[in-house]
Design a protein around this ligand. Sequence first.
Ligand code: GLP
Length: 259
Amino acid sequence: MEIIIRPSPEECASIGGRIIADLIKRKPNAVLGLATGSTPIPLYSELARMHKDEGLSFSEITTFNLDEYIGLPGDHPCSYQFFMREELFGKIDIRPESTHIPNGESDDIERECLAYEQAIAASGGIDLQVLGIGSDGHIGFNEPGSSLGSRTRIKTLTGKTIEDNARFFEDPNQVPRHCVTMGVGTIMDSAALMLYAFGEGKAEIISKAVEGPVSAMVPASILQMHPCVKVIVDEAAASQLANIEYYKEVYQNKPDWQK
Ligand code: GLP
């Protein structure tokens, strides 16, 4: 795991922007895995800026989002379909038919989940997956106790996640109880992973995910088993890491061959 600690979310986002731009230069038809929540918003603003100011093109890119609520129509402002159009897809030149978000409105969710897995495989697999982390350690919507080998499926949100996500809804009772999410195993199949976290509220869970034991009770801790992970955090989210000084030293003294 590479732990990158920067002073602000914007500086963290600019690192991710460069990584994605380099990937697109190397592989214009790369497959990106995308996340929702407030955390990836600075990264999406940076990608939109790079598209506008630097001509970064997403025209051959394919994307797969991690998750979606069950039962929210795509035009609901809290659906992840709506979020992605507002925060990213509407600001770049990606082809709408190349973007994929699990369909939480299907009357056959199990078939949808299987089709989602098949579509990821048919695309050649995800080259780079962007992740946030829930305050209970979830990635996607894989709540504590999720099988570390799980695939795309229905999950029930925990009370903590419902409480955390209620801030996006006008009425907290509107937060759906169920969702469709890529599994932990699906996420781990990505060639590379980039986990973001900002703010003091994420400090404890980041220390558990990065330095604690690997456990289904902290689904993000499985990233310790992946060969290519960057954890990009601001100072506040890094504040409870035991090895914080070491991570900073490593990043500041990267030899050229590693940059
Ligand atoms: C939701 C999403 C996750 C995200 C998490 C954190 O639960 N399903 O993918 O990582 O929220 O949200 P935030 O970034 O707003 O803290």
